[in-house]
Ligand binder design. Structure first.
Ligand code: SAM
Length: 163
């Protein structure tokens, strides 16, 4: 598969899975967490797909497209290993949907980072909420659920939080 095909499949998997996640929490109150703003592509899609949700966004810095910069009071700057822990003290366990997208291209360190963030994200989740993740996570109350049709296993990960 060419790198172009691979990029298209990855972005399509993100889009379909985020849309499925938003639909699956339609009856659940709570904010969205976008962990990894990057250039703001998925943040932009989440705010368009879930316009009534409060969206908290995390990254080390703001390097997004100018049209995709979150409001200042919803942009949490710093290392997510610290800012997510602070967030649990601020908003507690009310999150309906978390999107973890912190991959750097270095597989082992990205997977280790995701595993280390899983308990911090769990502390922010409402039971019944969902986590969309670019890396697999294990335990912490996150059980894998079916990906939308057309998304290949392992391309992205979708979990329901049981509490
Ligand atoms: N979701 C974005 C989009 O659609 O444009 C792409 C996110 S990009 C793949 C990953 C982002 O995670 C980068 O902007 C990087 O700065 C951020 N990141 C990675 N590790 C981090 C950490 N420990 N703390 C804060 N941000 C981190």
């Amino acid at each position: 598969m060419s790198r172009l095909d691979s990029a298209i499949r990855r972005l399509n998997a993100q889009k379909l899975t985020l849309e499925a996640a938003v639909a699956s929490v339609a009856g659940l109150k709570g904010p969205v967490l976008e962990i990894g703003l990057g250039n703001g592509r998925t943040y932009d899609h989440l705010r368009e797909t879930a316009p009534d949700r409060d969206i908290w966004v995390f990254d080390r810095q703001v390097a997004a497209h100018p049209d995709c910069i979150p409001p200042e009071d919803r942009m949490i700057l710093g290392d997510v290993r610290e800012t997510l822990a602070d967030m649990a003290r601020r908003i507690g366990g009310e999150t309906a949907l978390a999107h973890l997208d912190i991959g750097t291209g270095e597989k082992a360190s990205s997977m280790a980072l995701a595993e280390s963030l899983a308990p911090l994200i769990a502390a922010l989740m409402r039971p019944g909420g969902v986590l969309v993740s670019d890396q697999p996570v294990t335990g912490q109350g996150f059980a894998p659920i079916a990906l939308p049709e057309g998304v290949a296993e392992g391309r992205i990960h979708l979990y329901r939080f049981s509490g």
